[in-house]
Write a protein that binds this ligand. Structure first.
Ligand code: NAD
Length: 348
């Protein structure tokens, strides 16, 4: 029996990636929709074989409580709305898979973790790259000693011209600009590849003068994280530069790079190692699978087996606390200490 999900919010990520990915999932199925537009939701429901009676408006979210087919909710709304729907889901005993960034403040993240713990429901943040097979192969290489001691990480998440007119330019709804939207992928990757937590950050933000879109949120954020082992991680995220989604990791004995590391598909891994006097290059052949399906299946398994997800709420909280330190560093122009993260329940 597949785990039933209610999809909350029918925007681009739901319609273009996650709903189609259920077809490639082995453990999960969509059984209900929650949307601001009944008209749109009914069309989508028909497409996915969801009953009309399982289509609800945001104000009727609590109706999901009486639907035993719904075990979990997937929240794909503007960032500032994740907390409210997570708390409402926990209150009616439903498990939560929420989109990234988890929320727009560490207070909100902590409240979400607390609400789900109190209700004894699972809480997972949709860090899809951690379920994607090429990134996973890179994690194994980085942590299996193939590269030797890790020294430098570099990543870019860039897109030109920014998103169309929308909530991502609102500080209230988005929490920030390029950093929480796309820079977060670089931050999360530095942590999952190194298996370490950063202790200090230096950062610079930039927004083009006179561009109305970037009055409230940053167009670009560049940051450098220092880790206890000495690893330095540099990342650039921007809505104003030609598309790039790559990462590199340099160790004393080798390095790796992933092209399109943060893309929806098409990741390519190259490994470079010292071997005797020469260097060798390996291009591991990895059969592609839909990372959204892998992510949903992980959540479904955690619901079925009452297990803590690999990317639990605590992991989203940690990233949020680090992003807040990045913003402080960009404002002060000085390195800022990253408060030691108290949770200790993440994956690291
Ligand atoms: P979107 O703008 O395409 O969709 C947002 C949905 O929220 C729309 O259906 C909209 O109608 C609804 N909504 C409800 N209240 C709203 C309000 N007050 N203002 C604006 N919209 C409102 O956004 P999206 O790209 O689907 O992003 C949704 C969430 O998913 C965000 O948290 C985003 O960061 C995340 N996301 C994740 C990935 C990923 O790869 N994991 C990719 C894109 C987006």
């Amino acid at each position: 029996e597949r785990v039933g999900f209610a999809v909350v919010g029918l925007g681009r990520i739901s319609l273009e990636q996650v709903l189609p990915a259920f077809a490639e999932s082995r453990m999960a199925r969509p059984v209900a929709l929650v949307s601001g537009s009944q008209e749109k939701a009914r069309v989508v429901a028909r497409q996915y074989g969801i009953r009309d009676a399982a289509v609800h408006g945001y104000d009727r979210f609590e109706r999901l409580q009486d639907d035993p087919a719904v075990q979990a909710v997937y929240i794909a709304l503007p960032n500032a709305m994740h907390r409210g729907f997570t708390e409402r889901a926990a209150a009616i005993g439903k498990h939560v898979l929420t989109e990234k960034p988890m929320a727009t403040s560490s207070e909100d993240c902590a409240a979400m973790v607390a609400a789900c713990a109190k209700a004894d429901v699972r809480l997972m943040v949709a860090y899809r790259c951690q379920y994607e097979q090429v990134n996973r192969a890179a994690i194994r290489a980085a942590q299996g000693g193939t590269l030797g001691k890790l020294r430098f990480f570099q990543a870019a998440n860039l897109q030109a011209n920014g998103p169309g007119p929308q909530w991502r330019y609102s500080r209230t709804l988005a929490g920030g600009g390029a950093l929480p939207d796309i820079g977060l992928y670089c931050l999360n990757a530095a942590r999952y590849l190194s298996n370490e937590e950063p202790v200090e950050v230096f950062a610079q933000a930039f927004s083009p003068a006179g561009d109305e879109r970037f009055r409230e949120v940053e167009e670009s954020m560049s940051f450098t994280l220092r880790f206890p082992s000495g690893l330095l991680a540099q990342a650039v995220s921007s809505y104003g530069a030609y598309q790039e989604k790559s990462l590199r990791l340099h160790g004393e004995g080798g390095s790796l790079m992933i092209e399109d590391a943060f893309a929806y598909q098409g990741q390519r891994l190259r490994l470079f190692r010292r071997e005797g006097e020469r260097g060798i290059e390996q291009v591991p052949q990895i059969h592609p699978r839909n990372q959204f399906a892998l992510e949903i299946d992980h959540m479904a398994r955690c619901v079925r087996d009452a297990r803590q997800p690999h990317t639990p709420g605590e992991e989203g909280l940690q990233d949020q606390q680090i992003m807040e330190a990045i913003v402080r560093a960009a404002q002060s122009g000085r390195p800022e200490a990253i408060p030691s993260l108290s949770t200790g329940t993440g994956t690291r």
